[in-house]
Design a binder for this molecule. Sequence first.
Ligand code: FMN
Length: 144
Amino acid sequence: MKALVVFDSNFGNTKLVAEAIGRSLGDQTPVIPVTAMTAEHLRGVTLLVVGSPINGWRPSEKTGHWLSQLKPNQLRNVSVATFDTRVSLIIHGDAAKQISKHLLDAGATLAAQPTWFFVEGKEGPLRPGELARAKAWAKTLMSG
Ligand SMILES: Cc1cc2nc3c(=O)[nH]c(=O)nc-3n(C[C@H](O)[C@H](O)[C@H](O)COP(=O)(O)O)c2cc1C
């Protein structure tokens, strides 16, 4: 398994979750900001995790931009798992699900259902326990 974690983050919360997931997947796992992503980063990757804050009921603009540039079949043979960070379960928009849909359109298969982690306010911090939950979620991706 060659894993890669891609994230966007305005205030650092999604970055913390992405880094926790990366550590859980193994010390060598790259954790790359979406703005730095190139096609080269995807070479040989078999497990791709993508995370974004919800911004206005959808993934962040930078995440959306990257997703829109993926080519059909670019993610063939890649298992993917997505997450978002959000303040509330009620008014959210399910960005992680939208990211998964884009990745499936690029030929990927789902390693897990889209999931989410909570922040306590727009700028954070993460709700206590969310990093532990993220690490546990990442472990399930390796066994899946
Ligand atoms: C412009 C903007 C729009 C947002 N829209 C939503 C939203 O629709 N639903 C939600 O639950 N949180 C929303 N939030 C809160 C973000 O989810 C929160 O800022 C994010 O999880 C923090 O992660 P980050 O530090 O990685 O940016 C919004 C935040 C910003 C700045």
